[in-house]
Design a binder for this molecule. Sequence first.
Ligand SMILES: Nc1ncnc2c1ncn2[C@@H]1O[C@H](COP(=O)(O)OP(=O)(O)OP(=O)(O)O)[C@@H](O)[C@H]1O
Length: 231
Amino acid sequence: MLRLEHITIKYNERVIFRDLSYQFQENKIYGLIGRNGAGKTTLLKTIARLKKEEHGDIFWGDVSIKNKDYFDLDATFISDDHSFFQDLTMYEQMLFLCKIKGLQKTKAQKKIEEIVDLFKLGDYIDYFPHALSRGTLQRFGIAFGYLRGSKLLLLDEPFITLDPIQVNTLEKLLISQKSPNRIIVVSSHDLDSLEAICDEYLIIKDKNVIRYLPNEIGRSTITQIIGDSYE
Ligand SMILES: Nc1ncnc2c1ncn2[C@@H]1O[C@H](COP(=O)(O)OP(=O)(O)OP(=O)(O)O)[C@@H](O)[C@H]1O
């Protein structure tokens, strides 16, 4: 369980979240919804410890992760802002990641093969990042996150730039990744995809979140809540 307790998040003097408390449970996919600039990325980064809150605390189980950093956590944050090594092919980068994870070479090669197949990236593994389209880079970014694996998967706008086939593949993949050991949080403006995968929606409003179950809220109400948050 991941628990946010009365957290306030700011950039300089600008408050993005005020006194936010929420409890995320394993085996669930949460959809983070909000207008542009509402704070979706900020909240994901805060959970991933890539940004620190001003007040409050965050607990993973019974342990505070307030003073932890991203690499202290068993977490993967996937955004569309991928940083790849420009001098390595995509295959070499995947091997490098496996090496950091301590995976033996033959096991690493097998795992990479599986993932490359899953994401249909076989044609591109010998490319350098600068030669790939945005959509393909996004797929590699997600494949890297998948390769890394984690108890906490945080995805920021994962469906952006993916074609409909890849959107469908990713939806299925995320559902298959649900487990009693894992919490998944996805931010997106793609309400169709969120509806297909989420157990709970968290809609950002008034510097806080409102929780809904997908079957208790329609699209027009979501749009209305987002619209109201502009006022
Ligand atoms: N590094 C930063 N310094 C100052 N302000 C920031 C910084 N990063 C984000 N912000 C501001 O914080 C607010 C929340 O930004 P965030 O990126 O979290 O929103 P978002 O909901 O993810 O938006 P979008 O849907 O457009 O991606 C925005 O007003 C943004 O301008």
